[in-house]
Design a protein around this ligand. Sequence first.
Ligand code: SF4
Ligand code: SF4
Length: 470
Amino acid sequence: MQTQDINTQNNPKIPAKDSNFLEQNPHLNSLANNPSFDSQNPPNPELIDACVHCGFCLSTCPSYRVIGKEMDSPRGRIYAMDAINKGEVALNQTTSEHFDTCLGCLACVTTCPSGVKYDKLIAATRPQVERNIPRSLPDKLIRNLIFNLFPYPKRLRPLLIPLLVYQKLGFPKLIRATKLLEKISPRLAAMESILPKITVDAFQDNYPTIIPAQGEKRYRVGLILGCVQRIFFSPVNMATIRVLTANGCEVVIPQSQGCCAALPEHQGQTKQAHTMAKQMIDSFANTGVDAVIINAAGCGHTLKEYGNILQDDSEYCDKAKEFSSQVKDVQEFLANVGLIAKLSPLVEDEELNIVYQDACHLLHGQKISLEPRKLLQQIPGVKLREPIDAALCCGSAGIYNMLQPEVAEELGQQKVENLLNTGAELIASANPGCSLQIKKHLELQGKKITLMHPIELLDYSIRGVKLERK
Ligand code: SF4
Ligand code: SF4
């Protein structure tokens, strides 16, 4: 792929505000009078009209930074949505590819001075693409594999033993060194390359329904375990439970909960997303919790969007709004209610330099950036370092690194360099997807540096567990 320097802040390809979009993109112009969006919730023209084409969002857009084309920027995509709405260009393979290159990181929403709701626009566009644009066979196969496997822990769990054997026999090294899988399918290779190490924790999944608070009960909270998180990041879930109970929370874990719907929702799989969202709402009905806690950034953003996702469902729209209003990221919750558990240093010699990596769906999606930093700084001896381009996506973006591996590679490599350049000894990351992407690129760059969820660091600090310096 032809890429431009990711650090380039200048955007030579930004057209003037009044430039003719079709003249600039003749490959789209030739497609005039072809099919438009269908009538099922197309991107709202009023939201599109809010864009004044100023281009401020371009330098913060990761797909534009890597690909370097206007059509792969927020402004270009908004132009395209408008032109498709008006029947000036077609919704077809060519235009849909530019929507597919969007990471959904929402950096453009944070940056836009005009308050353009690009999140709503792309959320309306993705299902249009899924409904109206046939995917190639390899694309269809990999998407089907992802959508039918990842959101279902019961389907993932039987794969743990074969994956463990695969790892124990050293196949990952061989596959990656020979680039065998990459030659067959770059997307499968990308999926393999972020496979986490299978540990004994992955096999344990016997969460009780209610876990009492330690000491006096302050709150009763529900906990969402996640799907991939539940299998591959169970130590994060266990740490979350311990930190919550140590801080006076009774934790309720409804056994009927499933996937939060983030994965299908981000990819325009409306039907699957609605089913999962409703199941999640039903799981927490009548639990009487003060808050529903989530420790994964991408899931948290989707859970808070249930009101919008189910807005046209007469039975669930009110329940969805109420449910979303209860959802809190664990760091957001703890920072707001305050820690009461005593914290101790994480290393013997007391000072530890940590870099906190902002997950897009916390930073841009939920506007949460101060809370995790505030919590980490309460741990004695912790010094926080800030990376450059902290607000730029790491390239994980849900399943983006599997579907668009080339763009994701560039972003992952740059993110890791920026994190390492802070000189921090440890990376704190609050999203499973980001953690896998960063670990992969740390390994590719030959760096051994610990990466943990902020809640695991709080857990260690509360329990007096010391970290070993690498
Ligand atoms: S989305 Fe916002 S920042 Fe980007 S071009 Fe439109 S108005 Fe400007
Ligand atoms: S969501 Fe992210 S990748 Fe998509 S247009 Fe906005 S900034 Fe670019």
